[in-house]
Write a protein that binds this ligand. Structure first.
Ligand code: MN
Length: 255
């Protein structure tokens, strides 16, 4: 394996849209301007895989081109495998996940494979960033890729607080219309009818999960609000999900 020159950052790139997604190609190209890049990504789309790790079946890895590893697993598997397996002898500077087709904001981030890949990097002690493009239609990754490089450079310079990942969402609007950058908090979506019930050709019912994203609660300073208003959103997410102020009242329950 090629050895990095001393001081050259080593960046692991992953995603949940699969290794053939144009979003990961744009991201890997942007990261190449900052350091050495190794791509470890799912062999197919694994969106909404959440933070799942494959423990009951083997993982196959194929180096499809130099430095590009395709894995038949989840985004979490990919980052774990990159850090603990493929690159175990090398010092990884950063994990960057994306660029996702579609936003990852508000409570959606708990389903997100894009965010989960960055979560895995964070859990394993490496500064990690998730980046998503807030559209389902027209995918122009240029602005998001340029911004990803900016986030990565800042991360190199300032670091990211321990147990924290950066969740970045870029509005899908032309560059002149982007109003700036907002440091945000997690918002909250309001969903429409979340389950579609239909009948299959053999007469059995099936269900399709995923309602319309109607709107969001108007939480001031939220990721959803920022992107809706034309800003790039950067949310620091903490691994500690403890609700500290609930501990006291729980202790008063009759145990
Ligand atoms: Mn995705």
């Amino acid at each position: 394996m090629k050895k990095s020159a001393a001081g050259t950052p080593l960046i692991v790139v992953s995603n949940d849209d699969g290794i053939r997604s144009p979003g990961i190609k744009a991201l890997a190209a942007a990261m190449l301007e900052i350091g050495d890049v190794v791509v470890v990504a799912p062999d197919r789309e694994r969106s909404a895989a959440g933070h799942s790790l494959s423990l009951s079946h083997p993982l196959r890895v194929e180096e499809t081109s130099p430095g590009w590893y395709s894995v038949d697993g989840t985004p979490t598997d990919c980052v774990n495998l990159a850090i603990n397996g493929i690159l175990r002898r090398r010092k990884i500077t950063m994990v960057v996940s994306g660029i996702n087709k579609g936003a990852n904001m508000g409570d959606d981030i708990t389903y997100s494979g894009t965010v989960a890949a960055a979560l895995e990097g964070t859990l394993l002690g490496i500064p990690s960033i998730a980046i998503s493009l807030a559209t389902w239609e027209r995918f122009d990754f240029d602005i998001a890729a340029t911004f990803a490089a900016k986030v990565a450079r800042n991360t190199l310079e300032h670091g990211i607080p321990k147990d924290t990942l950066l969740n970045v969402n870029v509005p899908a609007i032309p560059e002149p219309e982007i109003r700036g950058i907002r440091i945000t908090r997690m918002g909250r979506r309001i969903y429409g009818d979340a389950i579609v019930r239909k009948r299959d050709p053999r007469g059995r019912h099936y269900y399709w999960i995923g309602g319309d994203k109607l709107s969001h609660e108007g939480i001031p300073g939220s990721d959803l609000e920022a992107v809706e208003s034309g800003f790039i959103s950067v949310t620091p997410l903490h691994l500690d999900m403890t609700r500290y102020d609930a501990m006291k009242s729980l202790r008063r329950w009759k145990w």
